[in-house]
Design a protein around this ligand. Structure first.
Ligand SMILES: [Zn+2]
Length: 377
């Protein structure tokens, strides 16, 4: 159906017999598309008046028609690698995983780094992950990064370790068969993504956009930043989205440097700008200690004063501000910071800027009310 609509730029098409979801008419069953724009939405009876005048009538057969979806928090390149990279989640044994790795390496001779995911040694009869020497052998000595199914640990080749000076001294480094965890894993992950070639990256971004389009997603909000992606990755994606058909990409750059975010083409100095960490790693910032981690209540990366300063700078520059905030104490810090900014610039200006909070997993009645008052999304 979308082919019909896209190819017929100048055609007029009546779609009828469906459920057309629109605030203009909650009971609409039909719509007319003229030159790529919706010209009319309404009910079956009124559709008859259009039937004779259009180039084509499409029977929706009861299908639901909605506006295209917006995915408001995407890491496009990583999504692309998950779609196109080596997927070991179906490997039933270590031997089967090894064969998949060998075939993937052979099929991609031009890739500077091989990336894969999804292995789970607890389901394999061998009951152990692949050892480093085995991976070296399977890849012919190339850099390889393979995350476990939960993505919190990884096995890698010697060639990848060689790209990370000092990795052997970091927490979470294990020689031999045990996967890398903690700091060693994070350092290796950063090196792996830094080694991705521009062509590999563009392919991954294309795959992610195509997949989004296939799901009816018309806009992606890319959440990039100096700590989680790279400037090249971010500007490359925005260029790609401008140059090729597919979902629109709106860029959010997680940086306190508001001018930098604007220079890169971001709509907000926002996204994964970390006010705290995550619940799984006990780093989300809480008012009370974790029940399963005595005396520990997470970590705050930004206080209310830093948040207020950022919101003021963004509002004055005409950009959205936004923060990654998961724990209740982090959400409180964001609300306090945005409220302080409103006291300085006026509530109306802050509300109009529609600043954002990502995740917001531990809201209270007070913070929900504050989101509404401050116009936070
Ligand atoms: Zn994110």
């Amino acid at each position: 159906m979308s082919d019909t609509l896209n190819s017929g730029e100048h055609r007029t098409v009546l779609l009828r017999g469906g459920e057309v979801h629109s605030p203009a008419d909650p009971f609409a069953t039909a719509m007319v598309v003229e030159r790529g724009h919706i010209a009319w939405v309404g009910e079956e009876g009124a559709a008859d008046a259009f039937a004779a005048g259009v180039d084509e009538v499409i029977d929706l057969e009861g299908a639901l028609v909605t506006p295209a979806f917006v995915d408001a928090h995407v890491h496009t390149t990583a999504t692309g690698f998950a779609l196109t990279g080596l997927d070991l989640s179906a490997a039933a044994s270590l031997a089967e995983a090894a064969e998949l790795i060998r075939a993937h390496a052979a099929a991609r001779p031009g890739d500077r780094i091989l990336i894969g995911h999804g292995w789970d040694a607890s389901r394999w009869p061998e009951r152990r992950p692949l050892a480093r020497e085995e991976l070296d052998d399977l890849t012919g000595g190339r850099p390889l990064y393979l995350t476990r199914i939960d993505v919190h640990s990884a096995v890698v080749t010697t060639a990848l370790l060689d790209l990370v000076p000092g990795v052997r001294d970091l927490d979470g480094f294990h020689d031999g068969r045990a996967p890398l965890t903690g700091d060693a894993h994070h350092a290796v992950r950063a090196a792996a993504f830094a080694a991705v070639s521009p062509l590999q990256r563009t392919e991954a971004q294309r795959a992610a956009r195509a997949h989004a389009a296939s799901l009816g997603i018309g806009t992606l909000h890319e959440c990039g930043g100096p700590q989680i992606s790279s400037e090249d990755d971010f500007t490359g994606l925005l260029d790609l989205a401008r140059g090729e058909p597919g979902p629109r990409v709106v860029g959010y750059w997680a940086d306190l440097d508001v001018e930098r975010a604007r220079a890169l083409g971001a709509l907000g100095a926002a996204g994964d700008l970390f006010a705290d960490g995550s619940l799984g790693s006990h780093t989300a910032c809480l008012h009370e200690p974790y029940a399963d981690s005595a005396g520990h209540s997470g970590s705050a990366h930004l206080d209310a004063a830093a948040i207020a300063a950022h919101v003021v700078a963004c509002t004055e520059t005409g950009l959205q501000a936004g923060f990654h905030a998961i724990g209740d104490a982090a959400v409180t810090a964001v609300v306090d910071g945005v409220r302080a900014a409103a006291e300085k610039l006026g509530l109306a200006r802050i509300r109009a800027a529609r600043h954002r909070v990502e995740h917001a997993e531990m809201l209270t009645a007070e913070t929900v009310a504050a989101f509404a008052e401050l116009g936070l999304t």
